[in-house]
Structures are given as structure tokens and as C-alpha cells.
Design a protein around this ligand. Sequence first.
Ligand code: ZN
Length: 458
Amino acid sequence: MKYGFVTYDDINNRLDKLVNSKTVNKVRKKTPIAYSPCGFPINLYEIGNGDKHFVIMSGTHGTEIIGPDLVIQMIEFFANNSDINLENITLDFIPLQNPEGFIVVTESIKPYMKDLTADEFEKISHDYWDNYRLDDRRYIIINELLKSLGDEDTDDFWNIYRCKNIDKHQLWEFCLNRFNITKEQLLEKWKIANVDSLFSSNVLMVGNRYKVFGKINYEMLPEKDERYQKLKSKIKTIMDSDYDGYKFPSESLIDWRCNSNGVDLNRNCPEVLNLKLKEIEKKSVLFGNYRFNNLRREIPGPQGVASVNLDNFTFEPENRGLLLHLQKLAKNKKYLGCISYHGTGAVIYCHPLRLEKSFNENKAIRIDSINELYADIYSSVTGYSKVDYPDKITGTGDMIRNLIPGFLIVELSRMGGNPLSPYGDKNGNYKSIIIDNIKAIIKLIDFLSSLEKNKIKE
Ligand SMILES: [Zn+2]
């Protein structure tokens, strides 16, 4: 890897090489499940000879670049390892569900990573992790202070400062002017919230995580062919849009979760759109939380929307392709399950909606027991914990989980902060992501494979 992380070209080159070589287990390139809005294929690869398929995918969110990195290494591992028995099972790999978002993020950071040694790349990733957490603390600690002084809603403060550096004295004066308190009372709350820990100098920056890079903007996106030109032009339109004086910070290209339509594929489902419309009704201008407090949401952009048209829901082509692929397998009784890898958190989303809210209790119980079994096998190797039952559908994962069994979302890195934090500790965090998750998949595949073998014997 030239840059320390995988790029779109790396992924295609490594996969082409595998498809064209005689590996122990043959890698077959299939017809793409879909094409992105700018025409990039959503590629599908198969390994194994079984009738039943298990799907392994990643790259739903552009900025979560650790997922495709892992899946490429998984494909290489399964292709070259003779110990793995794939007679009774076929693995379907979709390494990059959202090539557009992935290209936006990786092309934006490439120029700053190209001449680094492995150690320098690790260091910059670690610095990124520190700064990412500082951005979170900026939001958490200041909110804590304002709430302790009596603000239930802290928007008045953030409406002034969310896109600005904060001077320590300005914050002090803001509090004195806003709340009916003495300096001594403020100092007490200030100390309890540990506000001074935010200020290594008198000024606290907005978007600390961006400062490990130079000046990032969409001009860096390549124009190799028509697809790239279209992508660049669509990103330019979004980034140049002015919403009553608000513009996305140009560096927020590294936070890009969405495709070029500015749609978050994980929230691209009707139930989420309805939830978001209710939020928009209450507050017309919405921003992200924590480190994304400087980014508007529910408009096309890095944080994105649930549907291109808010009045008329549509699935994005990347999701339509995935849903059709999964449903086709399920309809033909060839489907065993699917794991979708996301960036950070070290958790597994496996449960369908709470049973008492389920439309079909028997189906929900069946789905739950299968998912629980898969998640337990997975967790026994990785140590990732299972996320509790959701009360409502908050993402495409929840939606799919209520339709078919065996659909798990695995959040990878214990070091939070896409795109770079997973790389901030090569021998600890990064290696364990790759090794543990490949081991966990092997264990799960072995289990499923032996079930299939016994069925065939019967
Ligand atoms: Zn994600």
C-alpha cells in the first residue's frame, strides 16, 4: 500500500490480480449488483462451490475506509488458503458498497499521505485520533457547562460558535452575560465541567481533526474519466451551495459518509425518512452531534439525507442492488446470512426490533435466534459486544434485519475516528482488526459449512 490505506485503484488492482491468477480457491468476478449514480460498479466476487451463500460486504459509508481494507485482505486470505473448506458454501464479497464516498474521502487525504513512511503514517493517524476526540470533548464539555448553568437547549451558543474557533474569554463572557450568576459561581461550574482541559492555548479550534492535513478541497478529486468528472461536479455543487450563509467546511470531505447524491446509504429507508421529517418539522435547521456539530444534516452533504427527494422516498441504486441480491438468494433458498462491516465501535448489531413491537412474532423469534447464534460465534473471537434490541428502525440494517435472518452489522475499530484512527496503533488496534475478524469469519463459516454438510448427508 503506497499510502498506508487502500485506495480505489488498489482495491481494483488487487482484485483483478486475484481473479486472473490460479489461487487455491478461485475468485470469480460476477456481474455488478448495481452502478452508483455516477456509474461506478458495485462489484461482487465469489469464492467457494456451495449452493448456499454467505455475503460479506463493507464500504457503506465512504469515510469508514478500514472496512474495505479488511474485506480485501479477507478475500486474499480465502483465495490463498487451502485449509478452508469451501465445498459446501459460497462466499459473496461486496468490498465497496459506496465507491463514490470512498473515492471522495481517499482522494482528499491521499496528497498528505503519499510520501510518509509506515511509522509516519501511524503517527499522523494517532494524532488524528487525539484531535478527533478533542472535537468530541469540545462538544461534550461545553454542553455540560451550559447545561449545568441552566441551558436545556445549547443551540444559542452553537449557533454562534459551531463553525468558529472559541476563545476561552469569549466563552467565559458568554456565560456571564447569559446566566444570572456571579464569577465565583461560574468558576465553580467551570471547574466541575473541566473546561480548562479543552484549552491547551487560549483558543480552541473548530475541526481539530482536520488540522493533521493541509488544505483539503474538492479540487483534489481526479477527473480520470467521465464517471470521475461527474462525481467531482456533483461534489462541487454540494460543497459550493450556500444555505443562508452556511457552507460545508471544505475539509469535511474526509467525513463523507454518503454517495454523490448526498444520501447516507445506511439511512436510506422509508422509516428513517419519516423519523427525519418529524425532526425537520420541529427544527428546520439540523446539525450533527459531537465532532459533527459543525456539519449540517438532513441536506445533501457529508452527513447526508435519507432520500434524494424528501417528499417521495426512493432507494439509491447501491441499496437497490444489495436488496435485490439478498432477496434473490433468499427466494432461491440459497441465503445463509450477511455481515456488513462498518468503521468503528467494536460492536455487533444483530437484533431485530424488540419482539413486542414486531409485526410478526414467530418470524422475529426465528430471526433473533439465528442472529444471536451468529453474533455469539463472532463475539467469542473478536470480543465485540452485542448492541441491545432497537425500539425503532433507525437504519437500513434494522430494516433488512426485520426481513431476513442472519444480517449483522459489525463495527470494527476500538479506536474511534474515521477515516484514520483505526491506523493509529498498527501493532495493537489495526492488527487485531484484521486478524480477529478474519478468524471470526473462519469460525462462522466453519460452523455454517458443517451444518450444510450434515444437511447434504441427510
Ligand atoms: Zn458506518
